[in-house]
Write a protein that binds this ligand. Structure first.
Ligand SMILES: [Zn+2]
Ligand SMILES: [Zn+2]
Ligand SMILES: [Zn+2]
Length: 475
């Protein structure tokens, strides 16, 4: 069995489901397709660049073709564009006079899908969503991975819109759900098999099929021109006679083809896109070579060349003439995006400068304030010292000397007064004076002591306040 280039490219194109534009009146000319795709890109451009202002690559669809029903099919590999066009509201109602109904893929590219392994069935998809939403904001969908459900556990597919979050979740390697840890892995698909829509054989498309002149029913193997007659026909594979539909992966023809395809891909990994790893199911691994993955490790340019070569063979490529890329509207738009971006950067710089100035000014102000506090504190301490000196002088000099002098005069007068009553009046006055001085000293001391206690407490609080002020100048 010979494996065509078409089948090899298709094996890895698994990752990009097509965007279908259902057209009310059917397309039948390649030129209509070119115009529609160009028109669509022109229509979304302004809004797209608003959503992704830093997107600088040309806005292109990677592949497109008109399918057998006369609808437009597009393959988009640019993640930003893919995610942008997943939203149906972003399409116009008609393109180039054709009424259209957009049909974007329900799932994100596989580079945006991670697998949570062996999740207990008692944990529902909604529980997972609720818990993950607390950490990851860009979850697009959560679903059970096909063929992994058993009666206890399943693998869960998680699609993330944001590439950064996707990488974050993979780097963490494990995720905790309901207090239990689960392994996280990237989603690696097996090579996909291209099947002819006419003869149901693997490896070619209907467009170049020469095996049959009519569409063959996958169930009974008869002529399917009258589709309604085949809703309930008997299932018997027309390749091998087995009890399955003819496109079933169980069919020996499909199995044989898949084995050949994997061998061919192993021999020519350079035919795979650079960023894609394909998973080799266990039953297709060699006994000697237990490799689990096929991956392209050749240089980037080589890959590009190969891909372009194949693309041209299979699908008409979208030709953007240099005229189109340079048309005034595109230039204006690119120019204004660039200008807006510059303006934004300048505003950011100015804002940062202003912020720094404000900070400096605040710091200066705070320093002055602190200096003032220090001076006031010192002044306060000086006046307290002055008061202490005055206080001591009062107690030790004024009161003591006054009392002593008064007592001396009193005693002297008593000695010289013998039989002389002339001094009685003076002696009595001196007695009163002594009593008054003693009382005055007592009240002065009591009062000054309680004032001193108050000042001590105030000092303690002031020192604490000053300490905290200098420790943390931003408070
Ligand atoms: Zn065929
Ligand atoms: Zn049938
Ligand atoms: Zn079969």
């Amino acid at each position: 069995m010979k494996i065509s280039n078409q089948a090899l490219v298709y094996a890895a194109d698994y990752h990009y489901s097509s965007f279908k534009l259902e057209c009310e009146s059917k397309l039948n000319d390649k030129k209509q397709g070119v115009k529609m795709v160009n028109e669509l890109m022109k229509y979304i451009k302004i809004d797209f660049l608003r959503a992704y202002p830093l997107f600088t690559k040309p806005l292109l669809v990677d592949l497109w073709w008109i399918d057998s029903e006369g609808n437009l099919q597009m393959i988009i590999k640019t993640t930003e564009l893919y995610i942008y066009l997943c939203n149906k509201d972003r399409y116009p109602n008609e393109l180039f006079n054709f009424k259209i109904k957009p049909n974007p893929p329900a799932h994100l590219p596989l580079q945006h899908v991670v697998i949570l392994k062996w999740v207990r069935n008692s944990i529902a998809d909604n529980d997972i969503r609720e818990e993950l939403n607390m950490t990851y904001k860009s979850i697009h969908s959560i679903s059970t991975m096909n063929g992994t459900l058993n009666n206890r556990t399943r693998h869960v597919k998680i699609e993330l819109l944001d590439k950064t979050e996707y990488e974050l979740i993979l780097n963490n390697k494990k995720i905790s759900l309901m207090g239990q840890m689960f392994d996280v892995a990237e989603f690696l698909p097996a090579p996909k098999i291209l099947i002819c829509g006419r003869c149901n054989k693997p490896g070619r498309t209907k467009r170049i099929c020469q095996n049959s002149t009519f569409d063959i029913c996958r169930r009974c193997g008869g002529d399917r021109s009258n589709a309604e007659a085949h809703n309930d026909c008997q299932i018997k594979c027309h390749h091998c006679g087995g009890q399955h539909i003819s496109t079933d992966y169980k069919c020996s023809l499909m199995e044989e083809f898949r084995r050949e395809l994997i061998n061919e891909l192993k021999k020519h990994p350079e035919k795979l896109p650079q960023h894609i790893q394909l998973f080799i199911p266990t039953e297709y691994r060699n006994k000697e070579d237990k490799t689990k993955y096929i991956q392209n490790t050749s240089s980037y340019q080589q890959k590009e060349q190969n891909l372009n070569l194949h693309n041209q063979i299979i699908w008409p490529t979208l030709t953007y003439t240099s005229q189109d890329m340079n048309n005034p509207m595109n230039i204006n738009l690119r120019e204004s995006v660039r200008l807006l971006n510059n303006e934004l950067q300048e505003m950011k710089k100015k804002y940062e400068n202003d912020l720094q100035k404000l900070k400096d000014k605040y710091k200066e102000h705070l320093d002055t304030l602190n200096q003032t506090w220090l001076i006031m504190h010192q002044q306060h301490q000086t006046s307290q010292q002055m008061l202490t000196v005055i206080n001591n002088n009062m107690k030790q000099v004024i009161f003591v000397t006054c009392l002593k002098a008064t007592r001396t005069i009193y005693e002297a007068l008593n000695k010289i007064k013998t039989n002389n009553n002339d001094y009685n009046e003076a002696i009595h006055q001196l007695e009163n004076q002594i009593e008054y001085l003693q009382e005055a000293e007592f009240f002065f001391t009591t009062h000054i002591n309680s004032l001193q206690q108050l000042v001590d407490k105030q000092n303690e609080i002031l020192n604490k306040a000053l300490d905290s002020l200098f420790k943390d100048p931003n408070v």
